[in-house]
Ligand binder design. Structure first.
Ligand SMILES: NC(=O)c1ccc[n+]([C@@H]2O[C@H](COP(=O)([O-])OP(=O)(O)OC[C@H]3O[C@@H](n4cnc5c(N)ncnc54)[C@H](O)[C@@H]3O)[C@@H](O)[C@H]2O)c1
Length: 376
């Protein structure tokens, strides 16, 4: 730390590039080092944002004692191993989703975070969207009443993406659909039944020994009466990309698919005698919540030009998954400065990721119940 500010390294300049301007402008960050094994991508991004500190490997960053924290936005198979190495090197670590693709790696991650005493945060975008912030506030004010059922979905065709995606079990990347609902209910998944669905060409079975292009699961929650239903599609299924989550409550229901405005279903009257009569359905316009952020990074909740002085340096991130990017960065940075755990610490990250891993285990056993382990 220099003068109470952090030196941060950001690894993986494809999706990770969206976070460069946010770290550069964050008031608690003194400098940023960008990292990529692809020299061309590294220099393209470095030149675009005028980042002086560049590294061609994670090892360089790990060996540099001036760096306090590393944010990984690298390919999925590297997440767990790289996170553990960063923590064991005595640095704070943020990592994009999923935290890992096996239960063993999740236990190793939780152990490394605990033993290092450093912060680990899984950077789950869908619990920092303006929609999540809004519906979580509604829940805290009791506006849904009892939560009776939860439903999450994530449809995305990952054909022709980097090779590590080929044949990935759909539930290995289910955190966008699962996390908001475990977060709202403040609990973890305890047990899951899941069925694989559909068929896909043999070539896609090989990498992960997974025959399913789609999986659909039902989770029993720990100490909460609602069930959570989640569906994921990844291959050979023609469905435009959307993530969504819905909360079915006693007094109000919210349904949201990423590409449309959320809708609320409300009772037509507060009088219990009128229950069962037509429900009122209304669209809802959610506020931006940029006011929760320091002014230097509040503008990153919206797409646009981020450097007025030099339009050449402008970068459009599409608003960063419904405004989530600056909120995630802010939580990671402030948790370190304030010497506290981030909200999505290693245990919570393991809970949310393990739910999907166990769902796939159930699908491979034709829907047998699988108990999700505890990480606390
Ligand atoms: N909403 C979300 O949270 C969200 C959205 C998109 C992607 N992701 C996650 O972000 C990750 C990256 O996605 P992407 O689409 O940019 O992937 P990608 O594979 O296209 O890009 C990964 C980048 O990391 C670099 N890289 C590879 N190995 C490296 C290493 N050892 N050290 C440093 N750099 C290395 C590559 O050269 C490349 O530039 C994925 O794991 C994905 O799961 C999350």
């Amino acid at each position: 730390m220099k003068n109470g500010k952090l030196s941060v390294a950001l690894a993986g300049m494809r999706f990770g590039g969206a976070f460069v301007p946010i770290y550069m402008k964050h008031p608690d960050v003194c400098d940023l080092t960008i990292v990529d094994t692809d020299k061309q991508k590294l220099n393209e991004t470095g030149d675009m944002f005028e980042v002086a500190r560049r590294a061609g490997s994670l090892d360089e960053v790990i060996a540099d004692p001036s760096i306090d924290a590393v944010h990984l936005v690298t390919p999925i198979p590297l997440h767990a191993e790289q996170s553990v190495r960063v923590l064991q090197a005595g640095k704070h670590c943020a990592c994009t989703v999923p935290a890992a693709t096996s239960l063993e790696d999740l236990f190793a991650l939780v152990k490394a975070a605990k033993e290092s005493g450093k912060n680990y945060m899984m950077m789950e975008t869908n619990v920092y969207t303006r929609q999540f912030i809004h519906f979580n506030n509604m829940h805290l004010r009791g506006e849904f009443g009892k939560i009776q059922l939860l439903r999450g979905s994530h449809y995305q065709d990952m054909e022709n993406w980097p090779v590590y995606w080929n044949g990935l079990p759909p539930m290995f990347y289910a955190t966008h659909a699962i996390s908001p609902l475990l977060a709202i209910t403040g609990t973890r998944a305890e047990k899951v039944h899941c069925f694989g669905s559909g068929t896909m060409r043999e070539e896609l079975h090989k990498q992960y020994n997974n025959p399913y292009p789609a999986e659909t699961a039902i989770f029993r929650l720990h100490n909460h009466p609602a069930a959570l239903e989640v569906t994921r599609t990844l291959f050979e299924t023609a469905r435009a990309y959307t993530e969504g989550f819905s909360i079915y409550g006693e007094k109000c229901t919210m349904e949201w698919n990423f590409d449309s405005e959320p809708r609320l279903h409300k009772l037509g009257s507060a009088n219990p005698a009128s229950r069962g009569r037509p429900t009122v359905i209304e669209g809802i316009s959610v506020p931006d919540y940029a006011d929760l952020l320091p002014k230097e990074i509040g503008r990153f909740t919206e797409p646009g030009i981020y450097d007025d002085t030099n339009p050449q340096l402008s970068f459009k991130t599409g608003g960063g998954h419904h405004g989530s990017h600056p909120h995630m960065v802010h939580e990671f940075v402030r948790s370190i400065i304030e010497h506290r755990q981030p909200w999505i610490n290693a245990v919570r990250a393991a809970d949310w990721t393990a739910a999907g891993i166990c769902a796939h285990m159930s699908a491979m056993r034709d829907g047998d119940g699988v108990t999700v382990p505890e990480f606390e």
